[in-house]
Design a protein around this ligand. Structure first.
Ligand code: SF4
Length: 605
């Protein structure tokens, strides 16, 4: 099959058996790869009602047809499983080199089932596949383990690993790769830990077959030339995602003190410029990327190297916990990376705990005597360590803010900023209804990566509640995850304004299958509806109520800053949902109609 490794690697950790199966052509045709293949296999193979941390859950690590080829950022890898954080679909994307190396070893997907009796790591060297003893690495941090495995196996192995948080089953534990890239959201690291799988090490030496080599070369040249010619390249490379920080603060979208505000008075200490001057050592790129947004940094204050902080980390650990020193944020970032915590959920959990403490919902009897304060680095560092170890109050927070609020009661739910059990990422949305709708309807929980709609709110009027905003959210929900399906980075389109018209022709040159951009969006819509069906199947009573905005977004006006006094009224949020369901072809409870399922070929699943 042109453009594919051509095989699925099956790994049964319970029996220790590994085997390769051909990648079914109809699976590649209907779901392309990456996110699509992961979501499909999860739906078909993991039994209804599976406990996410049981051996019956499966972990699908998937490359796409672009992975490993000359397409900008073609190292994106999708990790799918049933989420221990939400109980629904988890699909997390990680950059770096992993999916490229998997393809060079001849695998489009590594499908992991069962659970080992003792810690192991998965060793893949082309056709040589082994489960090796990982006892010496168990308990070690992600960065430490990656370094140790590279030393033991060779620098040309690509490593994905979990840290102590994944081993301990923290509901928002991540999988780390390439010293600072993460499959961050939804607790994929906890699922890996529940299987006693410490790491995956992969090296490959095969070629990826391409259908039309001259045309592929020509298309690749055009795509890279478009990136290089972009006026946005210089700033993007200089600051990376940290360049968003000042802008987000100026528009009142920077999460501050557990989303009580969208404006942080300490933002100058966190800006992209401050970060560049104070801690950045060098730029860092994923596979085949002409626009390296990764920043490798060193904190003199804390004596640690870290990749980042990315904007999301600065938002949730900086603004949301009110830390105004980029060196402290960098150290918290390092702790999360080494311990194996998703920085977005972890920052939320810490900020939530601080607010609950300040409001008297919890006290020193809950914190082991600690006084929790916004703006206090030691509060943040201590809570992160306790969460990863599930110690003291960390054991409560390790379940995520929704469960923690249910544990504490006393009105704590009002301060748990989450949708579907997933903590909200870095955009305060009470003056951005399209962005709020994107969070409400995202298919993993309150995550921005499926539809970053806030720029559209700003372009067409921030207060407006209109059907074209709803249409934009749906359009983005098909375009952005399509990149995770194809196995390439979307940021050349988002940040460098590279035209989307490049992508269908190069995919055709690679695979030999003629498909228009509209055909690709149709597949992306199929995948979106499939993940909806997964939620409906797995979560008892799932429906409209699960798409509700976080209570804080509709009940409590923004406390300060340029959006002070703003909120999205609950009735307006419901109006957005009505329009969204109608435009999607879903019923009023958010269920895809039989006609929509038939249109997408999902009626015979
Ligand atoms: S733009 Fe950034 S995230 Fe995307 S491929 Fe390049 S380095 Fe990786």
């Amino acid at each position: 099959m042109f453009g594919y490794g051509g095989r699925i690697l099956r790994v049964d950790l319970t029996t220790g058996r590994t085997w390769a199966e051909p990648m079914p052509e109809e699976l590649a045709r209907d779901y392309l790869g990456g996110r699509g293949v992961g979501a499909y296999l999860l739906y078909r193979e993991v039994p209804q009602g599976t406990d996410p941390l049981s051996p019956a859950n499966r972990l699908y690590v998937s490359a796409g047809p672009f992975s490993g080829l000359l397409v900008p950022g073609a190292g994106k890898c999708d990790v799918a499983c049933k989420s221990p954080l939400t109980g629904g679909y988890a699909g997390a994307s990680v950059g770096g080199m992993l999916s490229a190396e998997m393809k060079y070893a001849g695998y489009d997907t590594v499908a992991i089932q069962g659970a080992a009796a003792k810690p192991v790591y998965l060793f893949i060297d082309d056709d040589r596949v082994e489960l090796r003893d990982a006892t010496p690495y168990w308990g070690q941090g992600s960065l430490t383990t990656e370094q140790a495995l590279k030393k033991a196996l060779g620098d040309d192995f690509q490593i994905a690993t979990i840290g102590p948080a994944g081993e301990a089953g923290v509901s928002f534990a991540c999988i780390s790769h390439d010293f600072g890239r993460q499959a961050g959201r939804g607790g994929v690291g906890a699922v890996m830990g529940s299987k006693k799988l410490k790491a995956i090490a992969v090296r490959g030496s095969r070629s990826i077959p391409v259908a039309d080599l001259p045309r592929y070369r020509e298309r690749a040249r055009a795509l890279y030339a478009a990136c290089k010619a972009s006026p946005g390249l210089e700033a993007w490379q200089r600051y990376g995602t940290a360049g968003v920080t000042t802008w987000a603060n100026e528009i009142g979208a920077f999460p501050t003190r557990n989303f009580s505000s969208g404006y942080f008075e300490g933002h100058p200490g966190l800006s992209g410029e401050t970060m560049r001057q104070a801690i950045v050592v060098t730029d860092k790129a994923c596979f085949g990327c002409p626009s390296p947004c990764g920043k490798y940094s060193f904190s003199k204050k804390h004596g640690v190297h870290v990749e980042g902080p990315e904007y999301e980390t600065t938002a949730l650990i900086g603004g949301d916990c009110a830390l105004g020193n980029i060196e402290d944020v960098a150290y918290a970032n390092y702790l999360c990376d080494e311990l194996g915590l998703d920085t977005i959920s972890a920052g939320n959990a810490v900020a939530f705990a601080i607010e609950c403490f300040q409001r008297g919902i919890i006290g020193t009897e809950d914190t082991g005597g600690l006084t929790l304060r916004f703006g206090d680095p030691d509060t943040v560092f201590t809570l992160l360590r306790q969460i990863a170890a599930r110690e003291g109050i960390g054991a409560v927070l390790a379940q995520g803010v929704k469960q923690a609020a249910a544990t504490w009661g006393k009105g704590a739910e009002a301060y748990a900023v989450q949708v579907k059990g997933m903590e909200m990422s870095g955009y305060e949305s009470r003056n951005a209804p399209a962005m709020l709708l994107a969070y409400m309807t995202c298919d993993v929980g309150a995550h921005h990566n499926r539809a970053w709609a806030i720029t559209y709110d700003i372009a067409v009027g921030r207060d407006a509640i209109t059907s074209d905003k709803v249409a934009k959210v749906i359009e983005l929900q098909h375009i952005r995850p399509l990149f995770d399906t194809l196995g390439a980075c979307r940021l050349q389109w988002v940040e460098l304004s590279v035209d989307l018209s490049h992508y269908a022709p190069i995919l055709e040159a690679i695979t030999g299958v003629p498909r228009s951009w509209q055909d690709l969006l149709h597949i992306s819509e199929r995948i979106w509806n499939l993940t909806r069906l997964y939620w409906l199947r797995e979560v008892p009573g799932f429906g409209r109520a699960w798409d509700a905005p976080p209570e804080r977004m509709w009940r409590e006006p923004v406390a300060s800053g340029p959006t002070a006094g703003k909120l999205v009224a609950r009735a307006d949020a419901e109006r957005l949902l009505d329009m969204y369901y109608q435009q999607r072809g879903w019923d009023s409870d958010g269920r895809p109609t039989p006609a929509k399922l038939a249109e997408l070929g999902l009626d015979r699943l």
